[in-house]
Design a protein around this ligand. Structure first.
Ligand code: E4P
Length: 215
């Protein structure tokens, strides 16, 4: 399973990219708003940092307008992936963009049936939001597992991005459930790095090293 970083903060993206562990970026309107910057400028800057798929989301609710919004975004860089919400108009726009060879990420997926529709419309990626499913006391990971099974049984090439990730456990469980990618917030990447036994181990090695005779 590959890892993307889920943020529009370029400092966080640069940090995650320097670690060498991520190969793509997802943004959404809320993350862009949090960055406090102009949408197209942030997206352009991200393309200079990460050489991989970068999701930029449209905000129109009609297929024609979604495509109109998508075209200039896609023109920013070949790595741009147009993110669209799962709805009838989003599916229509996905089909139209796929016909133009533009990659898409259908987002706000909360059922396997929705994921199947997105795949059949030609989505490059689908994003099941497992954290938000957990939030309403359902089982987010079951959603990822069901989509992975359906795509496997039917040889569907659409990749699954496990989204709305809230913990390191979400990441490892999504990997076991068959997600192709997990898009992980900065904070969760930090949590994935940390382990108390690693910290104690490093401290002990350094302490013991002090007693090694030096040349
Ligand atoms: C995915 O592409 C979304 O940007 C993101 O994972 C949403 O996560 P949230 O539920 O934490 O807002």
């Amino acid at each position: 399973m590959k890892l993307f970083v889920d943020t529009a903060n370029v400092d966080e993206i640069r940090w995650a990219n320097d670690l060498g562990v991520i190969c793509g970026v997802t943004t959404n309107p809320s993350l862009i708003a949090k960055s406090g910057r102009i949408f197209e400028e942030v997206v352009r800057e991200i393309t200079t940092i990460v050489d991989g798929p970068i999701s930029a989301e449209v905000v129109s609710l009609e297929a024609e307008k979604m495509v109109e919004e998508a075209l200039p975004l896609a023109a920013i860089h070949p790595n741009i992936v147009i993110k669209l919400p799962l709805c009838a108009e989003g599916l229509k726009a996905t089909k139209r963009l796929a016909a133009k060879g533009i990659h898409t990420n259908v987002t706000l997926v909360f059922s396997a049936a929705q994921a199947l529709l997105a795949a059949r419309a030609g989505a490059t990626y689908v994003s099941p939001f497992l954290g938000r499913v957990d939030d309403i006391s359902w089982e987010g990971m079951t959603l990822v597992r069901d989509i992975a099974e359906i795509f496997k049984v039917h040889g569907i090439p659409t990749e699954i991005i496990a989204a709305s990730i809230r913990s390191p456990l979400h990441v490892t469980e999504a990997a076991k459930a068959g997600a192709h990618i997990a898009t992980v917030p900065y904070k969760v990447i930090l949590q994935m790095i940390e382990h108390p036994l690693t910290k104690i181990g490093v401290e002990r090695f350094l302490k013991d090293w002090e007693s090694v005779p030096k040349a």
